[in-house]
Design a protein around this ligand. Sequence first.
Ligand code: AFP
Length: 305
Amino acid sequence: MSTSLGTYLTRAGVPGDLSSVLLAVANSSVKVSDQLPFSAALTTNVNPSGERQTEIDIFANDEFAASLLATGSVAEVASEEMSESKKGSGKVHVAMDPLDGSSNISTNNPLGSIFGFYSGALPCSGLLLRGAAYLTYGPMLTLTFSTGAGVARFVAVRGADGSTEFTLLEDKIMIPLKGEVFGLGGPRNDWVEPVEHFVSSMEARGLKLRYGGTFVGDFNQVLGYGGIFGYPSLKKKPKGKLRILYEAAPMAYIMTQSGGYASDGHGDALLIEPTSLADTTPIYLGSPELVSELDSLIRAKDLGS
Ligand code: AFP
């Protein structure tokens, strides 16, 4: 018999406030997924990072923010698409990338959403994460999350009456220790030297290049097959591209909960202390030995060896 998201959360003893935000995310994701094919057009609006927003960026942001605040469990919602948080009267501080990979809309490649559920006011480090989740809008609409007791994945299933329910697909997901795939963002000639050196060895070691340009999609492959995903420190952008609160820390939390490791190149990515909502960091996530090896190369370079 299939297990619904609500039943799972109750059985797993997930606190009521976290359960309500996860259920809100799941319900809203169905609306975002249904709307995706019809709202790809660029608007004249620009987000806080200076990127032009599409209609679906705005739709997803407004839909998730409204449903999260309506739970009454949320203290604030910060979003990659908003310059300021929206405030609520609950206790969960949510940071979200409501539509990850917007530049993939025009090429019809995978898209996702990312959520971090923090216990303290934002900005704060990933040590204050009580949970994290991501959605994939691929052939399947899936919700993958952790509230600190492993990683579970649910899939949206549509009934004959048109209603949608999330049922358990996999529980206690563990990243394979032996890596099969790798993917790194940014222009190769802009990667810092230890990253270039490490990546050059990947194919010789039998790993396959898999890169789609959406963090969620690329991360999801690495979680499934083992390996490493990174958006590195670039020569022209030492702090990389991915935002700590909305992207790097929540995915680092999920990776860690799956037995993997996430680093900024100098140690545990969950320790990074952002000073503003939109701070970015280099990030490397995946099978622990590979990520630790890259860490060592980066540290050795910093020490001048
Ligand atoms: P967009 O939302 O602008 O498409 O950016 C997506 C993203 O933040 C992340 O999802 C990808 O991992 C990364 O950028 C891809 O960046 P590059 O195109 O520089 O490789």
